[in-house]
Design a protein around this ligand. Sequence first.
Ligand code: C5P
Length: 230
Amino acid sequence: SGVWAVIPAAGRGRRFGGELPKQYLQVAGAPLIAHALDAVLSHPAVQGAIVVIAADDPHWPGWTQRAGKPVHACIGGDERADSVLAGLQGLPREVAGDAWVLVHDAARPNLATGDLDRLLATALASGDGAILAAPVRDTLKRAGSDGAIDRTEPREQLWRALTPQLFRRDVLARALESAAAAGVAVTDEAMAIERVGGNVRLVEGREDNIKVTTPADLALVEFLLSRRAD
Ligand code: C5P
């Protein structure tokens, strides 16, 4: 059975500022969310997607299909984890409980096919799931309360979590429900699975799979995407 995609797009982009939530900003001729959605749907293993939008979202274009595959939509929640859980619950009935589901941010428009291939191959081969991640390159400082450096943290085993993140539908839903019941704020899907003892594999992904958070990020992905289209 195929993989389905959950695209959380219910954020209001407060850190970015501006009227339009960042997932709808135009880059290289299309909104960020179109690039993110098409990047996952264009993979042959991906059967369809559900986009999770905010309750009062006037910007959602109402797509029911892209790249020849079904696109569903549902309403998200206050936190990203609430939105992902809503997406899992809103998947079509035909999607089995043990089906693999990939969660990919609407604000990550520059996902490479090769990364998605390796993520799928790794997750489907073993373990409870896998995520794309990038090794930390900068030296990490822990700040003291006075704003000066307390100490330097070893970075050798540290990774930045990217998306997509790939888990089985029911396993992820139960893990997110458990975190919510315990009042634990999880900032990615893997964190919910780790919390319940799951074994999540790290798959090294490209550094340019950027999550657009600031206007500077937007300029960077505009450059990356327009270069790719050449
Ligand atoms: O805010 P941040 O950049 O971490 O959001 C990552 C993704 O999660 C974005 O695509 C955003 O729209 C989505 N999100 C969501 N529901 C929320 C908050 C964020 O679907 N409540």
